[in-house]
Design a protein around this ligand. Sequence first.
Ligand SMILES: Cc1cc2nc3c(=O)[nH]c(=O)nc-3n(C[C@H](O)[C@H](O)[C@H](O)COP(=O)(O)OP(=O)(O)OC[C@H]3O[C@@H](n4cnc5c(N)ncnc54)[C@H](O)[C@@H]3O)c2cc1C
Length: 554
Amino acid sequence: MEVDILLVGAGPASLACALHLCQLVRRHNQAVEQGGQGGNRLEIPSLMVIEKGREIGAHAFSGAVVDTRGFDELLEGFEGEQVPYDGPVTDDALYLLSQTGSFRSPITPPPLKNHGHQVASLGRIVRWMAELCEKNGVDVFPEFPAVELLYEGNRVIGARIGDKGRDREGRPKANFEPGLDVQAKITVLGEGPRGTLTLQAQRRLELDAGRQPQIYAVGTKEVWQLARPVQPGVVYHTLGYPLGTREFGGGFIYTFHDNLIHVGFVVGLDYADPTTDSQRLLQQFKAHPFVSDILEGGKPVAYGAKAIPEGGYYAMPRPYADGLLIVGDSAGCLNSQRLKGIHLAVKSGMLAAETILDSLIREDASAEVLKGYVDRFEKSWAHQELWKVRNFRQSFQRGFWRGMVHAGLQFVTGGRGLFDPMPIQAGHTLMTRYTQPAAGEVTHPLPAPDGKLSVDKLTDVYYSDTAHEENQPCHLKVLDLDICINRCTYEYGNPCQHFCPTQVYEILRLDGENRLQINFANCVHCKTCDIMDPYQIIVWTPPEGGGGPGYRNL
Ligand SMILES: Cc1cc2nc3c(=O)[nH]c(=O)nc-3n(C[C@H](O)[C@H](O)[C@H](O)COP(=O)(O)OP(=O)(O)OC[C@H]3O[C@@H](n4cnc5c(N)ncnc54)[C@H](O)[C@@H]3O)c2cc1C
């Protein structure tokens, strides 16, 4: 199959790219017709967006407080269209939590000031964007997972969609449908964090040469339905409990209309303790009196988890190659200081669209022309924003207090601080060896799941509405099982059992031997295993189309 532009992933970055390109081509043609611009009229390019989720929005997971700057620019010219935000931020604050106490910071640090921004569900936004795309002639296909890039030499010429209907051993079943090869002049990767094709391209084309390693966090979130009225638009961030001073992260509580509360916890994936467990941290956070009072009388209705690329400017890979552009989280376009990436994803998609227009006019999709994407980025407000925080996340790799001092210095020096660039290590390299807790020692105090406030992992999997066809090849490839059983058990205590927020990995004792069981049907596609495995032997690959979480309005 051939199209002009193939966009992989229906997140805000790809969809903004498709929408903006439609508009730019229209504007270009109008200008040519009116004689105000040289050059020829362009054929309307064929645009195809593919998404692995069962429907658009099924894998959309965020906070989300949206800085409206990106969408404001995108919608210029789409008259009458409005982003389906939940509503404006009505109150924001930073709380510092000890084990039982809480303290409202008298000032909200500028990066966490959210007045003027909008609270939103990313799922609702991308569904609306996809509909707008379709109204503008873009083809949007859910259940289409791209599994690899197609090349001619080192020029990207499209992507291969995964087969559907293979059994556990990879044999075709009665419903077998072979995947398509989609050829395109330009392929845009907007796969979100730790994209499969993005990583492939990065390795083959050395897109990360000379860059810092990307580091990530993982965010888990539950949506709670309260019976009592809740003021919408409240945005609270927290620091402290249940994290110690070594790890980076914190909690968030955002309130929505219909008495919904989104309660989430983010932890940096560069922690030392191999028993760190993001779902458990969320349960500990909810059990804190400050949070449990807010959730009093409510019940969870949804759950999800997802990685966040936090490395910032110095960790961004080269986002172009012959026939290839990379946008949004896949390009590392996220401000970890503000926990915001949606506006940057939208802006990067728009800058990619402007570059594609140029390439269509010049009938040239070589790296030489697509490099214009970086030039446009460097002149944009997105670059200005990321440049000011270029050393922020790096500062926190050696502990919270050191991080605060460096962050303060960076704030007054426009991001420079004491060292520029400040060094950083890939997160998995910082995990320390597992030590057995002493007899009777409780390492992570956690209320037993009571089905009310505290929820176990499998119940949370249920709330995520996750489903995969069970009779298909396991999409989580462990490259060396021997390492899992004969080294990892002794060296790190099999941290996969802890870092997976949906209990995909279990070590079972069978016939006197340890065995790794992979419950891949539980996977919510957060990518934590691919990122945090200390030996880097877990490879996350896209399962057959439609598998994964079924998020509604997360
Ligand atoms: C817990 C949490 C809280 C956050 N809070 C905020 C916030 O308050 N404000 C804010 O601005 N940002 C926030 N962010 C960040 C924000 O969500 C991201 O920056 C933004 O969603 C990035 O958009 P994207 O289009 O690049 O990627 P995504 O939104 O991740 O979309 C990528 C899409 O591509 C699909 N995909 C991936 N691989 C393939 C493939 N191979 N084939 C087909 N489809 C594929 C995925 O299923 C997904 O639908 C938060 C993130 C998390 C995890």
